[in-house]
Design a protein around this ligand. Structure first.
Ligand code: NIG
Ligand code: FE
Length: 426
């Protein structure tokens, strides 16, 4: 048994306690306790509450102290949508877009996702792993303690397995938890585009070969599809996600990002864990999501990075009663950031979410979308001690300071995995 840790002195502890996931007005309920403390033992939360209550716990007296005076303590962020493994930046395309080309035009000319696919296929596992390790350190430095990771820059058996095996290895080699998703249906790979019935052949390869193989090797929990013009249509998406389900992979879907395809309602019909992007949804889609248990995961980093003006209708989704989550969508094409605090800033200014709603969306609701809301996403007795401490005395300062890192300490399963020695703001 390790020595317990007592975190005290914080100006606010955001517990996110109570029923999760949150819908509607409940999104604003972040369970703030002032003059509070958290006791950690064996990687779990042993007590949380007022300082007096926690200090009365039998293990509190022998605990090592972690002084959080003047700071805000909250659950570590759960980043429920990333494309962690990729080989390189696409800053060249970023510049092309600034000078006038659109994301879809670049993709049509063999850039975009296919650009990342050729680079990933040429890269060794070791190089990819090294790059991912550096990114994971950065995720932790911004207060994230769990990361979902999608394959999808391999698009053949060997390369997709290479990525998914890295998810597993990385999960054991560094502190953050990695939740693995198979996204073989990202786009049609180049070698199938020139073949007769190439699309059909690739969908059949996914269904008959890759999904069964990945499921049998237990390399993914979820199956995702990019349901979009230029990627997979509604019928193909349905076929692929249903095949995944037959093999025990829960569906997630990239839907309604650049065009409205019907992907959101498909997600609801399939009982998908999450339906992500949603810039182009209509009222009927919003109602369908609101009545469902499918999380609506919003990724405002994409619109920001692509310079698009139409963000997802977060207010309407929340007000209708949908389970709204936030994630970075860390990827080289549309959202090269690991910073959940920056995503919170965008959620507040662009999606008109309040700071409290954004924090709920980035913790308990995103944990729910990964099927982990019983273990993480709030600071409650028996949950993992996954905690971030920000160097601000009011939680609203977390999104308020945009583009700067106010995270002071990150704790994963009770261990400090990131610590900034000096104050970052004020
Ligand atoms: O979530 N939309 C599909 N996947 C990514 C983009 C991937 C890329 O451009 O490399 C996304 O935006
Ligand atoms: Fe994505």
């Amino acid at each position: 048994m390790s020595i317990p840790t007592l975190i005290s002195g914080a100006s606010q502890i955001l517990t996110l306690r109570g029923r999760g996931p949150r819908r509607g007005a409940a999104l604003a309920n972040i369970g703030i306790i002032k003059n509070a403390a958290v006791l950690i033992a064996d990687g779990l939360i042993a007590a949380v509450g007022s300082r007096a209550q926690v200090e009365a716990h039998p293990m509190a007296s022998g605990a090592q102290q972690l002084n959080a005076t003047g700071r805000v303590v909250l659950p570590g962020f759960v980043d429920s949508h990333t494309h962690l493994i990729h080989a390189a930046s696409r800053a060249n395309e970023y510049e092309l877009r600034i000078t006038g080309a659109s994301y879809e035009e670049i993709a049509k000319h063999g850039g975009g996702i296919l650009n990342s696919v050729s680079k990933l296929r040429a890269a060794t596992s070791d190089t990819l792993k090294q790059r991912a390790h550096l990114a994971l350190k950065q995720f932790a430095a911004y207060g994230t303690t769990t990361v979902e990771a999608k394959s999808g820059y391999g698009l053949d058996l060997v390369s997709e397995l290479k990525i998914l095996k890295l998810h597993k290895e990385l999960c054991t080699e560094q502190p953050l938890d990695i939740v693995s998703t198979f996204l073989g249906a990202h786009v049609i790979p180049a070698e199938f585009r020139t073949q007769k019935s190439g699309v059909k052949k690739y969908v059949s390869l996914l269904i008959n070969k890759l999904i069964p193989e990945i499921a049998s090797q237990k390399l993914a929990e979820f199956c995702d599809v990019f349901c979009e013009r230029g990627a997979f249509n509604l019928a193909q998406s349905k076929q692929i996600l249903e095949a995944g389900k037959r093999f025990g992979l829960r569906p997630r879907i990239h839907a309604e990002q650049l065009s409205r395809t019907g992907g959101a309602q498909l997600a609801v019909k399939l009982g998908a864990a999450s339906c992500d992007h949603l810039e182009k949804i209509n009222r009927v889609d919003i109602r369908a999501l609101a009545k469902s248990k499918t999380t609506a995961t919003l990724l405002p980093g994409c619109d920001f990075h692509l310079g698009l003006k139409q963000y997802a209708p977060a207010r309407e989704l929340i007000d209708a009663g949908a389970i709204v989550a936030l994630a970075t969508d860390y990827n080289p094409g549309t959202s090269p950031t690991v910073s959940m605090p920056m995503i919170l800033s965008l959620a507040c200014t662009q999606l008109r979410m309040t700071p409290a709603e954004a924090i709920t969306a980035a913790t308990i609701n995103s944990a729910y979308s990964l099927g982990r809301d019983k273990q993480i996403g709030s600071l409650e007795l028996g949950k993992l001690a996954d905690i971030s401490i920000f160097d601000v005395d009011d939680y609203r300062d977390i999104p308020y300071y945009f583009g700067m890192n106010t995270c002071h300490t990150t704790i994963k399963r009770g261990q400090i995995i990131y610590s900034k020695s000096q104050r970052s703001t004020t």
